[in-house]
Design a protein around this ligand. Sequence first.
Ligand SMILES: CC(C)(COP(=O)(O)OP(=O)(O)OC[C@H]1O[C@@H](n2cnc3c(N)ncnc32)[C@H](O)[C@@H]1OP(=O)(O)O)[C@@H](O)C(=O)NCCC(=O)NCCS
Length: 307
Amino acid sequence: MYNFSELNGENASQYTHLTYPSYVKFLENLTGDSSTVAIGAELDTSPVGLILAYYVSSSDNSDQAYGQILSLFVVPEHRHQGLGKELLRRMETALKMKRCAEVELRYLSSPSTIALEEVLAQQNWSSPKTTALICYGSKINVDQTKSRHLVKYIDKLTAKLPQDYEIFFWKDLRLRERQIIEAQMATDSLVRRFNPFVEENELEPSNSLGLRYRDRVVGWVITHRIAPDTIRYTQMFVHPENQPLSRSTLLLAKAIHFQYQGATTKATFRVAIDNEPMVKFVHRRLAPYLYEIREARLVTKLLDTNH
Ligand SMILES: CC(C)(COP(=O)(O)OP(=O)(O)OC[C@H]1O[C@@H](n2cnc3c(N)ncnc32)[C@H](O)[C@@H]1OP(=O)(O)O)[C@@H](O)C(=O)NCCC(=O)NCCS
């Protein structure tokens, strides 16, 4: 018989392998007054399933809160026996007790998605909404494309780039240029959205690039090292006045080429689904370099806190 219980500071440490490494800290800090709820399923004292959520008070109505399910996991040998459904049902009840009026779950499409979406549909969650594509590429994939595919593309676009444009390594950004971009971020929401200074401590110097037009910085591809073998392409931007799109794709192609010439074998990036030109570009041009495209999806449910 499976046993379900809300975890506390003492027993939560046995469940750390049932969530993502970045969420282990939530399990380690479970106290009665933390904003985290963890519900475990066990069989003969062995942990076999875990659902983890956290909640915050609504800014406009302090009496109510908003919940977010961080992870739901059932060990493979115990799947298809109703554990996932029961963990989710119990979490909804626990969050209602914490006065959560709404709860959300964000996940990446995977082989488990059919089961997860079945559980969610049965418990009357909203239909899944795709918010972004998460793409994974590798040097092996670049090798497998037609020979010199990438170099040819760079040559073609470089030939079209007017002479008053210059591509440079982002690490060589001048202080004055940085100050101008910072000032633009204060007034221009587009520049703010593609903030080139995010996570500067992990900036990857070998292929983060900028684009100058007549001594003004008008674009960038900013990458970060997220693992010894993986570079994330975090921001890609060319100011609308300095488009066409081919200017940003030239920057991107150059950045990919610099990575290809180096030792880092894997790459990943995220494209918001409402960025239609880029979504098309991924399918038309980048697909040969990718070994996987996953969808980031969002589901929500309103909880009736009066019952
Ligand atoms: C998603 C997950 C938690 C489901 O756990 P589970 O214990 O197998 O779920 P349940 O047994 O409650 O099954 C739920 C429903 O999905 C259905 N289902 C399960 N696998 C299915 C499949 N491959 N195809 C179609 N339906 C499937 C079941 O039939 C069941 O419905 P039913 O009770 O009406 O028959 C589990 O697969 C898992 O841990 N996956 C890896 C982690 C993950 O992706 N988590 C979600 C994001 S954080």
